[in-house]
Unconditional design. Structure first.
Length: 95
């Protein structure tokens, strides 16, 4: 008899899965906390990571830096920004 080979396709975890978009910084917990605005949480995160300088996020549950939006022209976005900060009178940004 011939052999039958079966390949399993396993979907890699990603945004929307329970282990992404959350973190837990305490031992012995049964649930993870949702990542807050201005941050993202990769799989297995013990703490949120701040959105990089030049980007922001006003949403919760980001899973990667790519979920943080680029800063807009006429504004600046310091690390961990939740919204662009408009440039002051007499200054500009071409982000």
């Amino acid at each position: 008899m011939g052999q039958l080979s079966v390949g399993l396709m396993v979907k890699p975890p990603g945004k929307g899965d329970a282990s992404y978009e959350t973190y837990q910084d305490e031992r012995g917990q049964t649930q993870c906390d949702v990542c807050t605005e201005g941050r993202y949480c990769e799989q297995g995160a013990a703490a949120p990571t701040l959105c990089a300088e030049g980007s922001y996020s006003d949403a919760q549950g980001n899973a990667a830096q790519g979920d943080c939006e680029p800063c807009t022209e006429g504004a600046s976005c310091p690390i961990g920004s939740t919204a662009p900060v408009p440039c002051a009178t007499g200054s500009f940004s071409n982000a």
